[in-house]
Design a protein around this ligand. Sequence first.
Ligand code: MG
Length: 294
Amino acid sequence: MRFVTYRDGKGNELAGVLSVAGDRVHSLRDLGCDVPSLIDLIVRYDDRLEAELKVGLARAGEDGLPLARVELQAPIPHPRHDILCVGQNYRAHAIESARYEGKEWKQPDWPVYFSKRVDRCVAPDGRIPAHAGITSRLDYEAELAVIVGKTASRVKPGDVFKHIFGYTIANDVSARDIQMNHVQWIFGKGLDGFAPLGPWIATADEIPAPPRLAIRTRVNGEIRQDSNTGDFIFDIPRLISELSSGITLEPGDILITGTPSGVGMGFNPPKFLKPGDSVECEIEGIGVLRNVVA
Ligand code: MG
């Protein structure tokens, strides 16, 4: 199933699910699941609720609203915690970066973790603020976002996929000058509006484990990033088992898994974003997250 957060045209922000054909939105309340948000759904989600929702969806038919008539929000507009992030996690990108610096790439032993502060995740088709007064190096990073399902503490690698609710797409928007100036990345990657997320959460049963999905970014239609999530240096079992060895991951927590080569700063000369640019992050089996720079 594909779960969404949306506005219904009467000012209500609702949790919903796409129809089987993917062209209509049904509120979870109408399907008998009275939850105010997708985080509440994820907390309650189990095999029985999943089965009930699938039965409800099959019966719902032409009820609900056409997808084209609702205003999608980020599926989790207000995460409970900052987004957990992984730095440089694509082999091709790491090898390419090392070559660019005249070094030989060596498999690292440990992933780079950092945190992305979020005021409110930007909606599909929402605007990315340019923050032109403080940055002139605005950049994009398409990433597979993992949505935690069951509370995860000290999870063994072999059990990690049982703790995943689903997947969506994130754009880890970054101000490269701020990111570099301040050593740690919390400021340069945490500005207001730097966390576009969506368009929906595809549940884990729809995505192969481990996910081997094409991931691409287009800026104004030009392909910039074009890779596959099978190219991770540190796979999802490693990341979640390691983090959960000391941090309890809660239902609805978000882990973004790194970006492939082809970000703006990787070009010579660099191709940073400017107002009016359209950025489309696409992941096979999930969809397209499109945003425009304000
Ligand atoms: Mg990133």
